[in-house]
Ligand binder design. Structure first.
Ligand code: FVH
Length: 289
């Protein structure tokens, strides 16, 4: 007979769920696992985890959820909400901030302690240096399970608002994807001249890493909301962006990421702010909401 109270249950045996459960098994913790489609946890069962039905899984001392999306979390937890009353759920599924808040409210209405989490790592990084998981929601749950969270990654608590971990996560990813698109753009330009992406990467990585050093200065301007400083003006920037776009077309490459930035810059110039700092483009994003 499995003592579920003594176990951590991991719901979702996708790549990430398996990595999370694997780190716990590796640390000698008693683990129960559940997955919608059976058979994905065989390797973990071979290492000592027990595979259980979802009704048993939610009676564990701690229930960790790592599913595809917000809808799949509800699809899984709604039918067993009665069994979760008085238990603790840590949901590491990627959701929007409002989805996380909705789940926190749902949990509260069912007498469930809830902590939301956002994983800033890939599955192979779990349990290794460099991984970070952001948490928000119940501080009590965060403090009680902090040691366990440390088996996965460095843990950061972002406050009682359950949506904050997700907001930080998605805000950082909002920066990462355009950066990657920009790298692809540069790589395509150079490939057209016979330079490999690998060669470009050796030059682009240190340059772009150094450029992120100006974030604190940009942040000061953006937080202050005064864009009249001596920085790079929008008028100057649009000329630089035009040159990049022309160079790109000369190489037979559509300057899609640069066009996105040009759109933001032109909008501010059209509104009469050409002499102000490039950082002013943030105002065009606010207007879009
Ligand atoms: N993998 C990564 O690099 C990222 C890193 C950052 C955070 N994410 C988020 O983690 C969640 C899970 O990601 P994953 O990598 O484990 O994803 P998959 O390997 O695709 O597994 C998905 C699991 O979800 C189950 N599932 C899907 N739909 C349902 C449903 N309607 N009801 C119940 N379970 C469902 C699926 O089960 P099955 O298809 O095997 O039956 C998998 O267990 C995710 O939020 C990432 O954004 C990972």
């Amino acid at each position: 007979m499995t003592d579920m109270r003594a176990r951590v249950a991991v719901l979702g045996m996708g790549e990430m769920g398996r990595a999370l459960a694997g780190a716990l098994v590796g640390a000698g913790r008693p683990v129960a696992v559940w997955n919608r489609t059976p058979g994905k946890a065989d390797a973990l069962v071979g290492r000592g985890a027990v595979e259980v039905g979802v009704r048993d899984a939610v009676t564990a001392g701690l229930v960790v959820v790592c599913l595809y999306d917000h809808a799949s979390v509800h699809e899984t937890l709604d039918p067993v909400a009665d069994g979760l009353r008085g238990r603790t759920v840590v949901n590491l599924t990627t959701t929007t901030p409002d989805e996380a808040r909705e789940l926190a409210k749902w949990a509260d209405a069912h007498g469930i302690a809830y902590l939301d989490g956002a994983i800033m790592a890939t599955p192979p990084m779990i349990g290794a240096p460099g991984a970070r998981i952001l948490y928000s929601g119940s501080r009590e749950v965060f403090e009680e399970h902090r040691e366990l969270f440390g088996l996965w990654a460095d843990a950061t608590y972002d406050g009682a608002d359950a949506g904050m971990a997700s907001l930080f996560d998605l805000a950082m990813l909002a920066g990462m994807y355009p950066l990657f698109a920009g790298f692809m753009h540069g790589a395509a330009m150079l490939q057209s001249a016979g330079v490999t992406a690998a060669e470009f990467a050796t030059r682009a990585a240190p340059f772009l890493a150094a450029m992120t050093g100006v974030f604190p200065q940009i942040a000061q301007i953006v937080d202050g909301g005064d864009y009249r400083g001596p920085g790079q003006s929008l008028d100057w920037t649009v000329a630089a962006l035009d040159a990049i776009a022309r160079a790109s077309r000369e190489q037979g490459v559509e300057p899609v990421p640069i066009d996105m930035v040009r759109g933001l810059v032109r909008r501010q110039i059209e509104d009469g702010h050409g002499a102000e700092d490039f950082d002013r483009i943030i105002e065009g994003m606010r207007a879009a909401t």
